[in-house]
Design a binder for this molecule. Structure first.
Ligand SMILES: [Zn+2]
Length: 255
């Protein structure tokens, strides 16, 4: 079976459940007492193709699992899909990128944050946010919180800043590999890469690692719903990874 398909994602979730993990949303992890149990936080950054997010949300619901879905504004802000994902029992959060949008202007960025958050809240309750990595921007959206406090907006946590130090092993599918080698910004500061590439490897690792806490970041658009989408998505990832390698090269030269 091909990797990075919805079917394969189902295998991954079943392996997590079979290994004895309790799955959690980001908010569930931040507000619940989950320190002393085997836990897996499920986070989805909906960067593109919101329809894929809905398919993934339906699959998870059918397996009795709730996750957190972070939608961008306006890139993946599709009210009907957001409402459906929420009604399936998932947490909906705001995937903000306002510092990049505002070109580094903090005042403009925080005003935009308030406005876009209000748009989400016309659809459902939003209590956690997550920065979008904005790979082609020189601004790191998380820096907004050096000047402001998200709690002033009724936000209980940020998916990077508030999850650090929770003793969770961070796993991300960036670049359609689990090795973490294509991640620019979307890593936890203290993340140690897992020694796997494919989802089958990851399943083996989950069955044997005995890790207490997992924090999975999965981009639904990378998990193909059908064969043609897998081929097209694979080519796009190759190009994106090539582009990021260019950015990495420039970053290391300018240091
Ligand atoms: Zn993103």
């Amino acid at each position: 079976m091909r990797d990075f398909t919805l079917e394969k994602y189902g295998d991954l979730i079943r392996a997590i459940l079979d290994a004895g993990y309790t799955t959690l949303t980001v908010r569930g992890c931040l507000t619940g007492n989950c320190r002393n149990m085997q836990r897996a936080v499920l986070r989805h950054d909906v960067d593109r193709r919101p329809v894929n997010a809905l398919k993934m949300a339906e699959l998870e619901a059918s397996l009795g699992v709730a996750a957190t879905y972070y939608f961008r504004y306006p890139a993946t802000f599709v009210p009907e899909i957001i409402r459906q994902v929420h009604s399936l029992g998932h947490e909906v959060g705001y995937h903000y990128e306002v510092l990049a949008k505002a070109g580094g202007d903090y005042k403009k960025a925080i005003d935009l944050f308030a406005r876009e958050l209000a748009e989400f809240r016309t659809l459902c309750d939003v209590r956690t946010v997550c920065m979008h990595g904005s790979p082609l921007s020189r601004y790191d959206n998380r820096d907004l919180w050096k000047g402001y406090d998200f709690r002033d907006f009724g936000i209980e946590g940020e998916a990077y800043l508030s999850m650090a130090g929770k003793n969770l092993r961070y796993l991300t599918d960036t670049g359609r590999t689990w090795s973490g080698k294509h991640s620019l910004r979307d890593m936890m500061p203290d993340a140690e890469p897992v020694p796997v590439e494919t989802t089958d490897d990851l399943v083996d690792w989950i069955e044997s690692s005995g890790e207490e806490g997992l924090y999975l970041t999965v981009h639904p658009e990378r998990w193909a719903v059908g064969e043609i989408e897998w081929v097209a998505g694979g080519v796009k990832d190759l190009l994106m990874n090539a582009g990021k390698m260019g950015v990495l090269a420039v970053m290391s030269i300018s240091k």
